[in-house]
Design a protein around this ligand. Sequence first.
Ligand SMILES: *Cc1c(COP(=O)(O)O)cnc(C)c1O
Length: 386
Amino acid sequence: MNTMMEVNTRPPQVMVRGEGSWIFDDADKRYLDFVQGWAVNALGHSPKELADALREQGATLLAPSPAYHNKWALGLCDRLVHAAGLSQAFLANSGAEANECAIKLARKFGKLHRGGAFRVITTHNAFHGRTLTTMSASGKPGWDEMFPPRMEGFTKVPYGDLEAMDDAMDDETCAVMLEPIQGEAGVIVPPEGYLKSVRELATRRGVLLVLDEIQTGMGRTGRLFRFQSEGVCPDIMTLGKGLGGGVPLGAVVATKSASCFGHGEHGGTYCGNPLMARCGAAVFDVVSEPSFLHNVLERGEQLQAGLRKLSVPAGSIRTVRGAGLLVAATLATPKGAAVVERAFELGLLLNAPRPDTLRFMPSLRVDASEIAQMLDVLERALRETS
Ligand SMILES: *Cc1c(COP(=O)(O)O)cnc(C)c1O
């Protein structure tokens, strides 16, 4: 029997090293990686910036404890707060933890300013993490019944439906929480102006807007944060995935009034540790360069245009959607898993978030020839699966 708990299916190959857009297994077979740790490796596999940060910080200071300041936690919070135009940040170790923190802040805000309101409106098919609370906040079909009793206090509305959100809002509501583009749901881009209207609604009703930018943030969509493309500003933003560029790191960034914890109300042994914070700062300094973000937009356009032009039987790719380097293609038939499997054999890593949807989340440093190679292999995988 396998000594490792099986929480999903995996191919038998063991991955041993990575370099940029490529990952190698224990037989030294190489794969062009368009999963990249699940949209995590913003700078690709084993970037020099992170190797240096880990080596230098590992030899300097690992765990001063959250009872004391360290310069990298301070430095990363400074960077995030200034880039987002917000006031204060909290560093966590994962996306789910960042969302837990955001939900606690929203409830505290409700207690302070809205007569004990505790309810958070979230959206169908949303993904916010796998802790008990973030599973309850998520809108994945079936998740409500999985580990009863579910955590109270979440009301779900259809994504993109402003009226439903308006109707769902009441005196118990303290916040609205959503992804600017739904990632795990299959890269669902909301209707034009939706986020702006949600922002206005939240402001009018006096509730917080929490944006989960764990997948869309840190340059993935071609701006540092997705909300910047939408002309809105959240009260609370959560980050993860690309923030650490491959190491476990999350963050919550909030306005002055939403940053309302009292002493002792939140924390964590590893939160703000200098090893991960330094990695986050190293990634931030690369990703926030305008020329870096420009490449994300250009490669994203190349990817979307290439997907539309694949020479596969007419109609086999239905739609292509996304922003920057968060892109999905829907298929005419639910053969996503078969395509992913065939691509794997051909040396390409892909993800199918839905049976009829393929998702592409390459390194943000992917180059034009790697995208062209991916399209070639994908074309073959699509032809060779029925
Ligand atoms: C991945 C993801 C999370 C959860 O992050 P973890 O680091 O896996 O806990 C939450 N929200 C969104 C939008 C995500 O894509």
